[in-house]
Design a protein around this ligand. Structure first.
Ligand code: ZN
Length: 247
């Protein structure tokens, strides 16, 4: 079984379509989404419709999905994120808004090997920013492999006996991580629609449950088109600018 794992699309249709095109020849059986389908980007309805058509094996909500759906307030958002999510809420069709509101919270166990969450296995809205957050998540996960999103930073951590390591110190992509028996892993596939690690390319991952590997990929997409859509919809210009630098 090969799982395509994608996270943090953030209504970026150009990035989403590019990732799906890039993933097709790699081969996958099931798709798993880690949340934040909407927020920041210009095409929330089209992204939701594409994702619904995929019939994902698993799909959990992100913080932007909750606020965009109107089931949580935007109090924790900064000014730019708040204005974008208000626009998103008002732009979503009632049907898509209701669908978004129905998404389950993480974490969710996928099989014997891995589970997924939006932020961390212990709190769907918490961030894995540093080694301590990563260690806490590695211990909290119910499966040896946990995939998470939310930070928009593509990274892989491991814990073997008491030895903690960051596996993704090389910037080379694709990067394949072989899962060793007895070790624990915490992997962020990166953000499809708003990378924040200084690399503007869209990120995704493939988990191969037979080969016991996780591979993370980056793929360039038409950033200028996504930027033009943001400007055309009257969203804050900074949201277009940041896509160009991956921050
Ligand atoms: Zn996000």
């Amino acid at each position: 079984m090969r799982y395509l794992v994608i996270s943090d699309i953030h209504a970026n249709l150009e990035a989403y379509d590019t990732v799906m095109d890039a993933a097709r020849p790699l081969g996958w059986d099931r798709v798993v989404l880690l949340g934040d389908l909407v927020g920041y980007g210009a095409d929330p309805n089209l992204v939701i419709e594409r994702v619904r058509a995929l019939a994902p094996h698993a799909l959990i909500r992100g913080n932007h999905d909750k606020v965009g759906a109107g089931i949580e307030s935007a109090d924790s958002f900064n000014t730019v994120a708040r204005s974008a999510i208000k626009w998103t809420h008002d732009t979503l069709t009632p049907e898509n808004r209701a669908w978004l509101a129905s998404l389950p919270a993480g974490p969710r166990v996928i099989d014997d090997v891995f589970e997924v969450c939006h932020g961390t296995p212990y709190d769907e809205d918490a961030y894995v920013f540093d080694d301590l957050d990563a260690l806490r998540s590695l211990h909290a996960a119910k499966r040896p492999l946990c995939l998470f999103g939310h930070t928009h930073v593509q990274v892989a951590y491991s814990l073997t006996r008491n030895q903690f390591a960051v596996e993704t110190t090389t910037p080379a992509r694709p990067f394949e991580l072989a899962l060793a028996e007895g070790s624990r892993y915490l992997v962020n596939p990166g953000s499809v629609g708003q990378p924040r690690d200084g690399d503007p390319r869209a990120g995704f991952a493939i988990v191969d449950a037979q080969a016991n590997t996780v591979t993370i990929f980056r793929v360039p997409y038409p950033v200028a088109e996504a930027q033009a859509r943001i400007i055309a919809e009257g969203l804050p210009e900074i949201l277009a600018e940041r896509l160009g630098v991956g921050r």
